[in-house]
Design a protein around this ligand. Sequence first.
Ligand SMILES: *Cc1c(COP(=O)(O)O)cnc(C)c1O
Length: 369
Amino acid sequence: MSARIHYTKPSITELEIGYATDAAANGWGERCYEYIQRFEDAFKSHLGIKYAIATSSCTGALHMGMAALGIGPGDEVILADTNWIASAAPIVHLGAHPVFVDILSDSWCLDPEKVEQAITPRTKAIVAVHLYGNLCDMARLLAIGEKHGIPVIEDAAEAIGSVYRDQRAGSMGRFGTFSFHGTKTLTTGEGGMFVTNDPELYEHVLTLSNHGRARNQSRQFWPEVVGFKYKMSNLQAAIGYGQMQRIDELTTRKRQILADYRNTLSTHAGLAINPEPAGTINGAWMPTVVFAPETGVTREQLQSAFAADHIDARVFFHPLSSLPPFEERRGNTNAFDIPGRAINLPSYHDMTVSDQERVMAVILSCLDK
Ligand SMILES: *Cc1c(COP(=O)(O)O)cnc(C)c1O
């Protein structure tokens, strides 16, 4: 029986283990924020952004950022129907309403035209999620936001390493968020980051992140507002700091894996893989194949073929509007149509060429049937 191929697995070296050990042994008392500071500083310089706040998750970073923008009951926030629920949950928790619009068939990200059509007087934000490392059309989304006076938020949880016209994903919107969950390119186990260039928004989120206590408040235990508790621990930040020193290595490897898949698979008609339009770099978090309708290949067929060869296969995100908490939006035709003929491919740092060949053999065998 062939060995199991996992779809993700972090790359943790002696470097991260050394920092984590140091944080566990010494990172207390006066030194209890040291690695958090270092991780945030390294992240800021990587991204080319002014402010960063390490958080316990991307979901928490989104929640605080949206709260700071004043999103609340009765408001609407536009995002793509094709998404993980984490991007929508904070909207619901704030009492606002997620408005799901369709995706483009090539990038699998927000369709700017559909975004503009969905704007109403209650629209308070547009959330641009760079799906699987593919980039949203930021120029058009930012122009639409500007025209209507609506902030664009970047959920860049899947897009570390992605670059749009010389700007890194997460650095272009009013604020950006990242995830360091164990499946992501850079991991701290669980964790996230809030980033912005806006000094006032930064101060606001910093206060919210500290249970509503402003950093210039000299009175102890004196919150001015009810805030949140979404902080990252120094122990997690120590691992993140180590990962940050390897960020080029981590993203280069992801891109290599995607390129290897693309080189073989794109020579076959009927297969689409993550695009990389001119002027962009795809951070390649999650290599994904979409089969053309005429191939007749289905998600279920792919899942059983992968399972038979002990390869993890992850399904393309279901449209959020098809899930029980939400109201179905069948008019989002790409979001409803693509998942039935698509699959995410394994792409962890240490996978071998022969692992990748096994994955591709399964894909091509489905195509031949
Ligand atoms: C992983 C992910 C999240 C959630 O991140 P957490 O750190 O688990 O909260 C949010 N948005 C997107 C697009 C993601 O891929």
